[in-house]
Design a protein around this ligand. Structure first.
Ligand SMILES: Nc1ncnc2c1ncn2[C@@H]1O[C@H](COP(=O)(O)OP(=O)(O)O)[C@@H](O)[C@H]1O
Ligand SMILES: [Mg+2]
Length: 212
């Protein structure tokens, strides 16, 4: 589903990705690990078409994520590490997501409830004003409601308490089949039972890639 060939990305003098080649296939549930600055977020942003490669190429379902960004993003659910500063109310945001991505509103409510987020009580509140954990829960609910073939989480549990983490992993486990799931994480013990592939990066390179 995702083919990365000899991908390098340079910002001024920093080589953030150094000749990375990876093939990510359906059914892969991947833990992407490595120290801060290893290049994980740059790799994800390259997959999402945010960055032009300095050299090499990225293909998502056979498409160039820069040239065919809209088409590519239809197949992808992405939860960033830091929630975007969205000023819309929850009601407006959910309406927007449903209209723009064809997501069923009832599914967002369903997953929000599973994540113990009371959407109805907060419908008129700005997304911006929710706590970090509430934002994360809503973004997770939307990502699951979207039923994408490719699901990418950049440190999804960073703002969640232990109970919410358990809820999240239980939901992931039941929704995961037939997908490609990529987690950036510093806590391998949390995802160990869910993933079947562990990729480590260091200084812009993939230093290990093992099926487990
Ligand atoms: N937009 C950018 N502009 C300049 N340098 C960047 C940018 N994004 C990332 N970098 C640099 O690239 C390297 C890898 O960063 P990043 O991909 O965010 O690592 P990670 O997500 O593994 O912590 C770091 O040295 C970082 O400073
Ligand atoms: Mg990062």
């Amino acid at each position: 589903m995702i083919k990365i060939k000899n991908l390098s990305k340079k910002f001024d003098k920093t080589l953030s990705l150094d000749n990375v080649s990876l093939e990510l296939v359906k059914g892969d549930a991947i833990a992407l690990m490595g120290a801060n600055g290893a290049g994980k977020t740059t790799l994800i942003r390259s997959i999402l078409g945010y960055y032009h490669p300095s050299s090499g190429s990225v293909e998502v379902k056979g498409l160039d994520p820069i040239k065919a960004r809209t088409e590519v993003l239809k197949h992808v659910s992405f939860v960033p590490q830091l929630p975007p500063p969205i000023k819309l109310s929850l009601g407006e945001l959910i309406y927007y997501v449903c209209q723009s991505s064809g997501v069923e509103e009832a599914r967002i409510y369903h997953y929000a409830t599973q994540m113990k987020l009371d959407v109805k009580a907060n419908l008129h509140k700005s997304f911006f004003k929710l706590s970090g954990g509430m934002k994360q829960k809503l973004l997770i609910a939307i990502s699951l409601a979207k039923e994408s073939e490719i699901v990418i989480y950049d440190e999804p549990t960073a703002n969640l308490d232990p109970k919410a983490r358990d809820d999240f992993y239980a939901l992931i486990q039941e929704s995961q089949k037939e997908k490609l799931t990529l987690f950036v994480t510093h806590r391998i013990e949390e995802v160990e039972s869910i993933v079947n592939r562990e990729i480590y990066m260091d200084m812009g390179k993939v230093v290990s890639d093992e099926r487990c």
